[in-house]
Design a binder for this molecule. Structure first.
Ligand SMILES: [Zn+2]
Length: 466
């Protein structure tokens, strides 16, 4: 049996104001402070489309290779619910902003059906004493809805697809896609079919608000449907929600209760016309997309796939890597330092260390002027204080001792102070060498070039008896 999955993804656009009025589209204000007659659905109030929202929706459509239509229309989606002050939501139906398109996933293309604009509903807040409150700050916030073709073959692939959508939209500045803030939400439909035959009955899971929830809910539903079909029973067409705590899906309505939204064209808004000049301008403004960047990195840098994935996940990190490599062209070394040191530090806060300073630390380590431990220490201090490595180096005496004459004093002292270890080594105990090397590092406060120190020790100790 083959699994067939399709996703409907809602994304909050990164605009200052709402889709059809001038109210702020942020969630920071106190409840119901971002409202006006338009987004509260007062009689006679008229919507005016937000140009920036249309532009961001087009950016997204172009990034996903959709055909953006020269003319599209808004439509009313009618339903009655307390989160919907007008009794309908302004969306797009039979003439969406864009259609077609695809996303690349590990070399495979997954088709998209459409991408359209719509307004968000208000937020219902359920209190502990059983009341439900309505916050209209979210009503009218601009969203895009992206509908994929049913071409996803596993819950894992669905997760990877949603992740790819998030990565791309962040890259192009269309949305922050913070799933905890509800800026990216997903509904998933799933059915099973015998290889090559028609699709089976599908179920739809609503409001999956994390990557984990998406994958787990689909895996549960896949197993549930398979068990039914293998037992000769039928899958009922249903709408479900995911109960993460219980680890199962729960039906909220069946086919008989399926909603009829009575879509019709929005009479208060003319068709949305998009000129080819504006479209070209938006296209020219798109940065290199993550998939293209990954392809280029594979060819240019020869990095392991894992490094490429980690470093291209966020555009700022990928830009940073490229800037460092331009100054210090050893990609694998830069990648190692970024993945182990810089990204760890970046979790503490903003990266205040410029690519040039980072490259300089790497160069000092690469040239043997700074040992690795001192390099890491310097990086950490520069990161935390925002001061340049040069300044810190001038202040502190951190440079590695790679001068044989300078180091041999320390080596002589260590040999004189540890006659037992010297005798042990000469008697054949190889480990005594590590001990002596450790003593040299200690004496030089970690500044000795370990390779040189080892060579000097061996020279002075002479051959051992093994
Ligand atoms: Zn408003």
């Amino acid at each position: 049996m083959e699994t067939v999955i399709g996703l409907e993804i809602h994304v909050q656009l990164k605009t200052e104001t709402k889709l059809f009025c001038g109210c702020l589209a942020d969630s920071a204000g106190p409840p119901n402070s971002r409202t006006c007659p338009v987004c509260l659905g007062m009689p006679g109030a008229l919507p005016v489309p937000n140009k920036r929202a249309v532009e961001l929706a087009i950016r997204a459509a172009l990034a996903f290779h959709c055909a953006v239509h020269a003319s599209s229309t808004f439509a009313r989606k009618n339903y009655f619910y307390p989160d919907l002050p007008k009794g309908y939501q302004i969306s797009q139906y039979d003439e969406p902003l864009a259609s077609g398109g695809w996303l690349e996933l590990e070399g495979r293309r997954i088709g998209l059906r459409r991408l359209h604009l719509e307004e968000d509903a208000a937020k219902l807040v359920h209190t502990e004493d059983g009341r439900t409150l309505v916050d209209f700050n979210r009503a009218g916030v601009p969203l895009i809805e992206i509908v994929t073709a049913p071409e996803i073959r596993s819950p894992k692939e669905a997760r990877a697809l949603l992740q790819a959508v998030r990565r791309t939209l962040r890259y192009i500045g269309v949305s922050d896609c913070d799933m905890e803030e509800g800026q990216l939400r997903c509904d998933a439909n799933i059915s099973l079919r015998q290889e090559g035959s028609r699709a089976g009955t599908r179920t739809e899971i609503k409001n999956l608000n994390s990557l984990k929830a998406l994958e787990e809910a689909l895996a549960y539903e896949e197993a549930r449907q398979r068990a039914l079909l293998e037992a000769g029973e039928e899958v009922e067409q249903q709408t479900l929600t995911w109960d993460a705590a219980a680890g199962r899906t729960i039906p909220i309505r069946s086919k008989e209760e399926a909603e009829d939204y009575r879509y019709f064209p929005e009479p208060d808004l003319p068709p949305l016309l998009i000129g080819s000049e504006w479209l070209d301008e938006i296209r020219r403004g798109l940065p290199e997309l993550p998939e293209a960047r990954r392809r280029r990195w594979r060819a240019e840098y020869g990095l392991p796939e894992y490094d490429i994935e980690v470093l291209t996940e966020e555009r700022e990190i990928a830009d940073y890597f490229e800037a460092v490599v331009r100054l210090y062209p050893r990609p694998k070394e830069v990648s190692n330092w970024m993945m182990t040191e810089l990204l760890r530090l970046a979790k503490e806060g903003e990266i205040r260390l410029g690519p040039a300073d980072f490259a300089q630390i790497l160069r000092l380590v690469g040239e043997g002027k700074l040992n690795r431990a001192a390099g890491k220490g310097l990086l950490e201090e520069a990161f935390r204080t925002g001061r340049s490595p040069e300044e810190l180096l001038a202040e502190r005496d951190l440079l590695q001792i790679s001068d044989a004459a300078e180091l041999s004093g320390a080596v002589s002292a260590v040999l004189a102070e540890n006659p037992q270890a010297v005798a042990d080594y000469r008697g054949g105990r190889e480990q005594a060498l590590s001990f002596l090397l450790g003593q040299v590092m200690r004496k030089t406060e970690g500044k000795a070039d370990p390779k040189l120190a080892r060579a000097l020790l061996l020279e002075r100790l002479g051959p051992n008896r093994t």
